[in-house]
Design a protein around this ligand. Structure first.
Ligand SMILES: Cc1cc2nc3c(=O)[nH]c(=O)nc-3n(C[C@H](O)[C@H](O)[C@H](O)COP(=O)(O)OP(=O)(O)OC[C@H]3O[C@@H](n4cnc5c(N)ncnc54)[C@H](O)[C@@H]3O)c2cc1C
Length: 267
């Protein structure tokens, strides 16, 4: 038996009030991470505050030079949105390659970003596109938001409302899927903005990170060959039964090159 109270919030305001009144409550969005966590008794909240049905969290629009995606947008919504496909096609492509159809139809961008799994895809887009996470309390730059494995800047009772992605000249994402889950063994998001190139890596390390040596190399020209000369210290990368750190370092290089090939439109 689960000794918890399930509440379906009717608004973000109500969800925030429920969290404030019940410090051990947890938000439930797509449930793709939280439900398995509960089943394994790794979390035992007093309340589950369900925000999955809130239309106010599912809006997708371009506003003020940014692509604004509500935290409750499902991965499928992002993958198939005409607005996303036009504004930042790489983001729609990224969403279309998350997990499987069930995960894409239930899982939300807000849940993914809040969870900050070190192998998740959206954190790479967030960091690569220099996004801003807007919560019920403040605006947080991606650089400050993603703080390492399953750790974010979110405070108690703080709800992600939307994520704002600045529009860029070009962006591309390439990932090497884990064959069972679809999570990234290594995923590289590259964005070319007016103020420079950003390269964000997921899956390879204990958390999403910017590969600054690649950014410096690409500043001289966005060519796949530039990646060969970019230093990548493998010592801090993940080393597990799926891939050792040297293999992951090589995957990062290969994924970066594949992303750059997408830039030039070649296969
Ligand atoms: C089989 C499988 C394969 C997967 N493959 C991939 C993959 O390839 N790539 C990938 O990136 N991900 C993958 N995922 C994860 C998936 O993307 C989930 O959607 C995501 O991790 C959690 O989103 P959710 O909406 O289900 O959140 P939930 O599970 O409902 O919640 C997760 C956490 O976030 C909190 N939370 C939820 N919404 C908010 C909010 N708005 N504000 C603040 N906190 C919030 C919850 O309280 C909870 O702590 C996979 C999951 C599964 C089960």
């Amino acid at each position: 038996m689960y000794a918890l109270k399930y509440v379906q919030a009717k608004s973000v305001k109500e969800a925030a009030a429920l969290l404030a009144a019940n410090p051990e409550a947890k938000l439930l969005a797509g449930g793709m991470t939280l439900i398995p966590t509960l089943k394994q008794r790794l979390a035992q909240p007093t309340h589950l505050v369900d925000i999955a049905q809130l239309a106010e969290l599912r809006k997708i629009e371009v506003k003020g030079g940014k692509l604004v995606i509500g935290a409750g947008a499902r991965h499928h919504d992002v993958a198939t949105s005409a607005v996303v496909r036009k504004a930042i096609p790489a983001l729609a492509g990224l969403a279309s390659a998350i997990g499987d159809p069930q995960v894409r139809n239930c899982g939300t961008i807000g849940g993914s970003v809040a969870n900050n799994d070190p192998a998740a895809d959206y954190p790479a887009a967030g960091l690569g596109l220099n996004a801003t996470v807007v919560t019920t309390k403040r605006e947080i730059a991606a650089e400050k938001f993603f703080q390492g494995m399953f750790t974010t800047a979110l405070g108690e009772g703080e709800i992600i409302v939307r994520i704002e992605f600045p529009l860029v000249k070009r962006a591309a994402y390439s990932k090497f899927h884990h064959p069972a889950s679809g999570y990234a063994m290594a995923g590289v998001f590259i964005a070319q903005a007016a103020d420079g190139v950003r390269v964000a890596v997921t899956g390879a390390g204990p958390g999403v990170f910017r590969w600054k040596a690649a950014e410096a190399a690409l500043a001289k020209g966005l060519k796949p060959a530039a990646i060969d000369g970019a230093k990548l210290d493998a010592s801090g990368l993940n080393d597990d039964m799926h891939a050792d750190r040297e293999y992951r370092a090589n995957l990062v290089r290969v994924m970066a090159k594949r992303a750059l090939v997408k830039f030039s439109g070649k296969k």
